[in-house]
Design a protein around this ligand. Structure first.
Ligand code: XMP
Length: 315
């Protein structure tokens, strides 16, 4: 475990040598990139600019929540609206690695444009150790290409700066607390967003379904945590599956979609355990998802697989 005060001093000194001019910061609203952004601001002041991209693949209320989170963390930032671009690049793509690659490229092209406007030649990212280890670094097989590692095009015009490269999640959380980031226990959300929680084609319609289902899971799990029914899980979300299934609504047959709910406990995301949930909590989640997505989603499953053999996200 790192000493947060010592790490901060060293990271600030390193950033000052690594960034001689200006830098853009890829800020996703997650803990990792927020901590990286705060270190960069501390080191470089007006020479950095944090950019948050609304990809159209975010959770319900995410833009507002992230903006509030940045303000409370004391970070200056700009919001870039780019949903059309992301849906266009994902059209017709179903293969998970190809989704990640295209999303990574779309992010980088946006950052390049922003950097050019700002006069920057560096891109600060919140990459942490598991991102590049699982993306095939350190002589390991590629588990999945994290968008901020393998999703980066080889002709990128910006030099990467990654102050948290060697840290694990629990260390980043300690650093976040040290830097005064509120709500440091917030669950992680993958950079490719709901695109990797929509199995099969990524359309605005299917992303909307995944968004509603994810909101239900978050609300019901947070309610159960607040009532001390369950401990706070590492991560809790819903995945829209690439299958059609038959349901019944009143007297009518409905050919709808299915959602899988995933709630896991973990320390650093390298391994995870599917959490045992009370039947009543699962029942409420299923009832709400099928009611709020009536005629669209007719079946809800609970994923009981640990990591390994499964990964946390489905794609
Ligand atoms: P997996 O699914 O590989 O996920 O077991 C481990 C942790 O990483 C998150 N994750 C990502 N985070 N970009 C990110 O920033 C990504 O491409 C990405 N893919 C997975 C996942 O939510 C889990 O917490």
């Amino acid at each position: 475990m790192i000493d947060p005060a010592k790490f901060t001093d060293e990271a600030v000194a390193r950033l000052r040598t690594e960034v001689p001019g200006k830098a853009i910061i890829a800020a996703s609203g997650g803990i990792d990139s927020t901590v990286a952004a705060l270190l960069a601001e501390r080191a470089l002041g007006e020479r950095v600019r944090a950019v948050f991209v609304d990809t159209g693949l975010l959770r319900a209320g995410e833009v507002e929540r992230v903006s509030e989170f940045f303000r409370a963390s004391g970070l200056r930032f700009d919001v870039l609206r780019a949903a059309d671009r992301f849906f266009a690049t994902l059209a017709g793509v179903e293969e998970p690695e190809e989704k990640r690659r295209r999303i990574g490229h779309a992010f980088v092209r946006l950052f390049e444009e922003e950097a050019e406007r700002f006069g920057a030649d560096r891109l600060v990212q919140g990459t942490i150790a598991p991102d590049w280890i699982e993306s095939g670094g350190a002589l390991r097989d590629t588990i999945k290409t994290h968008h901020n590692v393998g999703g980066i095009p080889s002709d990128m015009r910006l030099t990467l700066v990654e102050p948290l490269r060697d840290l694990y999640k629990d260390e980043v959380r300690a650093l976040a607390r040290h830097l005064g980031v509120p709500e440091a226990e917030r669950q992680p959300f993958p950079g490719p967003g709901l695109a990797v929680r929509v199995g099969g084609p990524v359309t605005p319609e299917r992303v909307r379904r995944a968004r509603v289902a994810n909101a239900v899971v978050e609300e019901e799990i947070e309610r159960a945590v607040a009532a001390h029914t369950i401990p706070r899980p590492w991560q809790y979300f819903a995945v829209l599956l690439p299958v059609r299934t038959v349901g019944v609504l009143g007297d009518n047959r409905v050919h709808g979609e299915a959602v899988s709910v995933r709630v896991v406990e973990s320390i650093d995301a390298m391994t995870a355990t599917a959490m045992e949930l009370p039947r009543a909590v699962l029942g409420r989640i299923a009832e709400r998802i099928t009611r709020e997505l009536s005629k669209e989603v007719v079946r809800v499953l609970y994923d009981v697989t640990d990591k390994p053999p499964a990964t946390i996200e489905w794609e």
